[in-house]
Design a protein around this ligand. Sequence first.
Ligand code: SF4
Length: 157
Amino acid sequence: MADTIQIELSNHSCGAGLEYARRQSTGSAKDAVLCCEGMCLKGETARRAANLICHRLVPEKTVRICHGGLLEKNGGMRDLMQQANQVLILDGCGMACCSRLTKAAFPDLQPEVVFTDKMTAYTGNPFGIDEVPEAEIIANAQNVATTLVRKYYGYCQ
Ligand code: SF4
């Protein structure tokens, strides 16, 4: 089995993502926030926290990047990355899927990487989102998001 994979960038792009990137590219530069988008509870918590940061808590300072958009030639997400003040990556665990994908797309980038599983308080070692109550996922994602906003922006609403 191969140790590395090559991925061809797509000429297609997501129309809604393109429009989002166009809106976000006007005005002053923001920090780019990515996450691993994993399907398990760890990835789900990271994804929810990243969305809370960018869409609810500090939208004036951050822009949410779709890491799938890094695989598009003209989808706008790569442009937002290059315009960003700094890049924050929320990886759900030490597998660091988003960090590795981002490094492949931007080898010289020095992102700030956070492993969000170190910031959560789930009992045991649940895998799927069906293994814990929804309220617990919400509370953990909220805690991760507010902790990071306080750390990087010094406040939280
Ligand atoms: S970093 Fe961990 S939680 Fe996120 S996609 Fe990779 S394996 Fe899943």
